[in-house]
Design a protein around this ligand. Structure first.
Ligand code: PAF
Length: 287
């Protein structure tokens, strides 16, 4: 059997006609939103959606509202033809590539903001970011109307914010998290890894090894603050130019955990963001 070629649609009307036809056949719709420049982590999300649903839609849209002026919107990697070929192999049925006007019709004034959770961690350093993400994902959900949507755990704060938005606004969509894909040295796969020079790439995995060590130490009862301080030192010592944060938080509400060893039954997520040269890398790990 040959490899399936995913169909591309660019307008909301074409998308909704195609999805409605599948629904009529009683099919469950799975959805994976992306900004393209797909790597193995994205492909695993598409496969996960395919395990759960009969018809898989993937969007490719580099969303301008989640980039602040001066960030990498213009140089964000784009490879639509390569992405669409990979998506066909991964079992995606329909690729939605809307224009900016399709997602943000002229004169639209409505945005979505998940309070509190958007102001922590990455939200401190990129205040525009989660507001842009929640807004575009809400709009994409309204366009696609999926039963299930899959997001990577690599963007853990984003995943939790989307879960909260879906709950608060009653979207009725099941949100599934897909595990982070890592290179052999532990570096989490990200479209932005393409910005790293060879020498930066060689040092970049220190962020994941520091988090891994921190998770092991917390698991065996080391005090949270001491472990986090050590992880900050390890990341900076590896040659990261700047550290935005390393934090140990409650996995649900993302609030900082109190100092001391974890209490019985207390779950913890470790998150970090740091700059390798001019590239901002994020990572996280469950404890
Ligand atoms: O994770 C991403 O690629 C983006 O933030 C998303 C969810 C596609 C929204 O633009």
């Amino acid at each position: 059997m040959g490899i399936q070629q995913a169909r591309i649609v660019r307008t909301r009307t074409e998308l909704q006609d195609a999805v409605a036809a599948e629904r009529k056949k009683g099919r469950q719709i799975g959805f994976v939103p992306t900004m393209g420049a797909l790597h193995d982590g994205h492909i695993s999300l598409v496969r996960k959606a395919g395990e759960k649903c009969d018809f898989v839609v993937v969007s490719i849209f580099v969303n301008p509202t989640q980039f602040a002026p001066g960030e990498d919107l213009d140089r964000y990697p784009r490879d639509e033809a390569g992405d669409v070929a990979r998506l066909g192999e991964a079992g995606c049925d329909l690729v939605y590539c809307p224009s900016v006007e399709e997602m943000y019709p002229a004169g639209s004034l409505t945005n979505v903001r998940v309070e509190e959770m958007s102001d922590l961690l990455d939200g401190i350093h990129r205040p525009h970011f989660f507001y842009g993400v929640a807004t575009v994902v809400a709009r994409l959900f309204i366009h696609v109307k999926p039963d299930t949507a899959v997001f990577g755990e690599k963007d853990y704060q984003q995943l939790q914010i989307i879960r909260r938005m879906v709950r608060d606004l009653g979207f009725g969509i099941e949100i599934i998290g897909g595990r982070t894909w890592r290179d052999a040295d532990g570096l989490a796969q990200s479209s932005r890894n393409a910005y790293l020079s060879e020498e930066e790439r060689a040092r970049a995995s220190a962020i994941s090894s520091a988090l891994h060590r921190a998770a092991c130490r917390i698991r065996i009862g080391a005090p949270v603050e001491e472990v986090v301080t050590e992880a900050r030192g390890l990341i900076l010592a590896a040659g990261f130019a700047k550290l935005d944060y390393v934090s140990a938080v409650d996995p649900e509400d993302l609030q900082d955990l109190p100092d001391g060893p974890l209490r019985e039954g207390q779950a913890c997520r470790l998150l970090a963001a740091a700059w390798m040269g001019s590239t901002r890398l994020i990572d996280n790990i469950g404890v």
